[in-house]
Ligand binder design. Structure first.
Ligand SMILES: [Zn+2]
Ligand SMILES: [Zn+2]
Length: 151
């Protein structure tokens, strides 16, 4: 990474106004699942492991909403590991720690350098949206007509 000086830009959006439409694993497999809809929208499906249990979790694609569907039996407070269901690459984000409960975080990738980081502890809803290609995104956010295809 180039050691560029960074500015932090804070964006406030109405709660639940963003829906993820193009989530990917680090190897660019789509995680979108047309067969498991949540509130009528394709969910984001990931493979979860906890101990010797393994199963899919369908994540609510609406940012900030947590109507997730679990096909694995998990207890509140447990930390899971998540993987891409296609290539089984780990979605863990090394070095990222949840600000609220200190658990590890995972990341899913969006087009145009966007990422959603979220906590791996079941029941902790800490999450954030980041953009690694910030120049591109700043350009798009300032051009409101185009801001809809970021996610
Ligand atoms: Zn994959
Ligand atoms: Zn947490």
């Amino acid at each position: 990474m180039k050691n560029k000086k960074k500015e932090i830009v804070e964006i406030e959006i109405p709660s639940r106004s963003l829906r993820v439409r193009h989530a990917m694993c680090p190897n660019k497999h789509s995680l979108m699942d047309e067969e498991h809809l949540i509130n009528g929208y394709p969910s984001i499906t990931v493979l979860a492991k906890y101990g010797d249990k393994e199963g899919l979790i369908h994540l609510d694609p609406v940012y900030g909403s947590f109507t997730n569907i679990y096909e694995i039996d998990l207890q509140e407070g447990e930390c899971v590991e998540l993987f891409c269901p296609t290539c089984r690459v780990s979605l863990s984000e090394h070095g990222q720690i949840c600000d609220e409960c200190l658990a590890p975080m995972f990341a899913i990738y969006l087009p145009h350098g966007g990422m959603i980081d979220a906590c791996l502890r079941v029941g902790c809803h800490h999450h954030m949206l980041r953009f690694t290609d910030s120049e591109e995104i700043a350009r798009r956010l300032l051009d409101t007509d185009e801001s809809n295809d970021i996610f």
